[in-house]
Design a protein around this ligand. Structure first.
Ligand code: SF4
Length: 426
């Protein structure tokens, strides 16, 4: 298959898709959850949550299956204080950080992560980060961002973290061209993409976040940004603010998404369609072969997405176009049209909802009785009890799903709940 850039709605002359906007109670994890995958990815960073016991419990249970000799996250628990107690609070935070950095000389970057308790909101973490950075320069950089449930849903924690890194990136001298792939990816996936970019003649290629936070990539007017994750709107804006150019593309999920994503970088580097087809052909063929078995189970089945990770639109596009599923409703917590336009151009007609009113959406889901419902942990159990097959959306964030060689695993994540339900019904 040869790959052309995805048509945009404007290019096709089609009106923008109607979106059902919901504003009500929503059920989704907070941005602290991102620490679970970010601390594994950035190997010289430490995440210090400034929060309550609830925050500590969330992190422990989210990361509970992993045992660390030297963990790279912790919670500084801030008890109840009035405003007069804030000076003590800052001194205590400084003491905790000093003790941590003395004990752990391997830490090169420390993130102070804000949360929702009112005592934490009163603390100015950005000033604390500046104060501590000045004290520990040049050995350790101290940054801050918010993972609070009031401000962030679970994948927005990564967005806030990466956006906090952008001002720290060194300026690229001149207009030297480079590709910056943005969004935490499994190392095996990064290595596969590096091989494809090298074969296409695209480079140098850098990643944000990198494996070592202390080695931040340079950025300038020659930097072309390719988002690997759809939930990075603030980071993308900050990068463009530093002079970079955002390459619009669908996300690298499935054979088609991966080829179009690679194709966007290839086009920016002036790579010919023949060369692109030659480089992407073998990977596409492997991916399509891996999709044959899950397709047999998924084709013609309906799927309903509750809003959760912001991966919903690319996933629905993959399920519809490569596995023959019928998306009934695709919910997303936020719709960033600038980032999502290439995906929307490929998504078949369906109900698209933004935000959440959980009761109304549950009513629509129950009425539709989809074959598969993709939702958060809190909704999955009750829906299973009502006889609906569900897929936990959080698993899609923890599992490597990008690229040709993960397409079969990605499809398998959706096929398994249906196989399990079929066994139960037998
Ligand atoms: S940040 Fe807020 S929502 Fe998240 S665990 Fe802490 S208290 Fe709960």
């Amino acid at each position: 298959m040869s790959v052309a850039p995805a048509p945009t709605a404007a290019a096709c002359g089609t009106p923008p898709r109607a979106v059902l906007r919901e504003r009500g109670q929503h059920e989704v994890f907070c941005g602290l959850t991102g620490i679970v995958w970010l601390h594994r990815k950035i190997q010289d960073a430490f995440f210090l949550v400034v929060g309550s016991r609830t925050c500590a419990h969330l992190l422990q249970s989210a990361a509970g299956v992993m045992i660390f000799a030297e963990p790279r996250f912790a919670t500084a628990i801030i008890g109840e204080r009035d405003l007069a107690g804030l000076a003590d609070c800052n001194a205590e935070l400084d003491r905790v950080v000093t003790r941590l950095l003395e004990r752990r000389p391997d830490i090169r970057m420390l993130f102070l992560v804000g949360s929702c308790p009112s005592e934490v909101i009163k603390l100015d973490l950005s000033r604390a980060a500046q104060r501590l950075s000045a004290r520990f320069m040049p050995a350790v950089r101290v940054l801050n961002y918010s993972g609070s449930g009031i401000e962030t849903t679970f994948t927005q924690g990564e967005d806030a973290c990466l956006a906090s890194l952008v001002p720290e990136m060194p300026a690229e001298p001149g207009t030297a061209r480079s590709l910056l792939v943005v969004g935490a990816l499994a190392e095996v996936v990064e290595d596969q993409f590096l091989r494809h970019f090298a074969a296409l003649g695209v480079g140098p290629v850098r990643f944000l976040p990198g494996r070592r936070a202390a080695e931040l990539p340079a950025i300038g007017p020659g930097t072309q940004v390719l988002l690997a994750q759809p939930f990075l709107g603030d980071t993308a804006r900050a990068l463009v603010g530093r002079g970079a150019t955002l390459l619009p593309a669908p996300f690298p999920l499935g054979a088609e998404g991966t080829s179009r994503w690679l194709g966007a970088a290839a086009a920016a580097w002036g790579c010919s369609a023949e060369k692109l087809a030659a480089v992407t052909g073998p990977g596409e063929a492997r991916a399509r072969a891996a999709l044959v078995a899950p397709r047999a189970r998924l084709e013609g089945r309906s799927v309903f997405f509750f809003p959760d990770s912001q991966l919903e639109i690319p996933l629905a596009r993959f399920l519809a176009r490569e596995l023959g599923m019928r998306p009934i409703e695709v919910g997303t917590p936020y719709l960033n049209r600038a980032i999502m336009e290439p995906e929307l151009a490929l998504l078949p007609e369906t109900v698209l909802s933004e935000g959440q009113h959980v009761d109304r959406q549950l009513d629509r889901c129950r009425e539709a009785r989809p074959d598969l419902t993709v939702c958060g942990l809190g909704l999955a159990n009750p829906l299973e009890a009502e006889g609906l097959a569900t897929k936990w959306s959080i698993e899609l964030v923890f599992t490597p799903i990008q690229g040709y060689d993960q397409a079969g695993d990605l499809a398998g994540l959706f096929a398994r709940p249906l196989a399990r339900r079929a066994r139960l019904e037998v």
